[in-house]
Design a protein around this ligand. Structure first.
Ligand SMILES: Cc1cc2nc3c(=O)[nH]c(=O)nc-3n(C[C@H](O)[C@H](O)[C@H](O)COP(=O)(O)OP(=O)(O)OC[C@H]3O[C@@H](n4cnc5c(N)ncnc54)[C@H](O)[C@@H]3O)c2cc1C
Length: 246
C-alpha cells in the first residue's frame, strides 16, 4: 500500500483514525481512501441556478442559503453534479451490505483471478457484543472479557484453518474460483466506489446511523468525513436537515 503524508481533517465525529492523506484506516486491516473527487458546493449552486440562466464562480452567503433550501425542500438533483471515487478495503460482510446501494458504480477485487488476501477481521475485545431484543430494536451490549477473548481466538482459528485449506487446494490445482468457497465473511476484499453526493448522503444517512451494523458504520463515518471536507456547506445542511438525504 502506498504511504501518504499525514493530514488532519476537521470537524466530523468519527471513530475511525485518520492516518494518512486521503486515507482513513477502519477496523483492523481496512481503509477508505478518497482516490479522486470532482466535488464542490459550487457544483450544487450552479446546478440549481442554471434554471435561471445564472452561473457563479464563487460561493457567497446567498449560495449557502440556497443549498440549505435545496436540502430542506428535498430538491435532490443539484446534489448529483459531482463525484467521489473511493477505494475501500473492507470485510466481505461489510462489502455485501455496501453493494446494496445501487446508485453508484462498483468494481471489486476478483478472487477468480487473483489470490485471496490472508487478512481477516478480528473485532477488538470491546467490539465483541451481545444482541438483545427483537429485530429492528436490538441493543448491543459488551460481553464479559473472557467471552470476548474466546470469540477472537475462535475466529482466528477458523480463519487460519480456512486460509490453510484455501492455499492447499490452490496448490493442488483447484481453481481459485472454487477454492474461494472456504473463505469466511470476515475475509477482506477491496473495491472502488464512485458515487455522487446525493447518493453518498443516502448511504451515510442509512449506514452511519445507530441502527446500522457497527462495522459498516465506521466506514460510513469515514466516507462522511470526505464529504464534509469537500462539500462543507452541503454537509452541514445535511446534518441540519436531520441527516436525511435530499
Ligand atoms: C439498518 C439496515 C438494515 C437492512 N436490512 C436489510 C435486510 O434485512 N434485508 C435486505 O435485503 N436489505 C436490508 N437492508 C438494505 C436496504 O434494504 C437497502 O437495500 C440499502 O440500504 C440501500 O438503500 P437504498 O435503496 O436507499 O440505496 P440505493 O440503492 O443507492 O438507492 C438510492 C435511492 O434511489 C432510489 N431507488 C433506487 N433503486 C430504486 C428502485 N428500483 N425503485 C425505486 N427507487 C429506487 C430510492 O429512492 C433509493 O433510496 C438494510 C439496510 C439498513 C441500513
Amino acid at each position: 500500500m502506498p504511504t501518504y503524508a499525514p493530514v488532519t481533517l476537521a470537524g466530523v465525529a468519527t471513530m475511525a483514525e485518520v492516518l494518512t492523506e486521503n486515507t482513513i484506516h477502519v477496523l483492523d486491516h481496512g481503509f477508505v481512501r478518497l482516490d479522486d473527487a470532482m466535488a464542490s458546493d459550487l457544483s450544487v449552486v450552479n446546478g440549481a441556478r442554471v434554471s435561471f440562466a445564472r452561473h457563479k464562480a464563487e460561493m457567497d452567503e446567498s449560495d449557502e442559503g440556497l443549498i440549505r433550501f435545496l436540502m430542506r425542500d428535498r430538491h435532490g438533483t443539484p446534489f448529483e453534479h459531482n463525484a467521489f471515487r473511493f477505494h475501500v478495503r473492507a470485510p466481505l460482510f461489510v462489502a455485501r451490505e455496501w453493494f446494496r446501494h445501487r446508485v453508484g458504480s462498483f468494481n471489486e477485487f476478483s478472487m477468480r483471478y487473483a489470490k485471496a488476501s490472508d487478512e481477516f477481521y478480528v473485532p477488538e475485545p470491546e467490539d465483541v457484543r451481545s444482541q438483545v431484543g427483537k429485530p429492528g430494536a436490538y441493543s448491543f451490549e459488551p460481553v464479559e472479557p473472557e467471552l470476548a477473548e474466546q470469540t477472537r481466538d475462535e475466529l482466528q482459528a477458523v480463519y487460519d484453518a480456512a486460509y490453510e485449506t484455501y492455499n492447499r487446494l490452490v496448490e493442488q490445482g483447484v481453481a481459485r474460483e472454487l477454492a474461494r468457497l472456504v473463505m469466511p465473511m470476515g475475509a477482506y476484499t477491496e473495491f472502488y466506489w464512485t458515487v455522487n453526493a446525493r447518493s453518498l448522503m443516502n448511504f451515510v444517512s442509512l449506514r452511519a446511523a445507530e441502527t446500522a451494523q457497527r462495522e459498516i458504520r465506521r466506514y460510513a463515518e469515514a466516507c462522511e468525513r470526505f464529504l464534509a471536507e469537500r462539500m462543507p456547506v452541503t454537509h452541514s445542511a445535511f446534518v441540519a436537515n436531520g441527516r436525511v438525504a435530499p
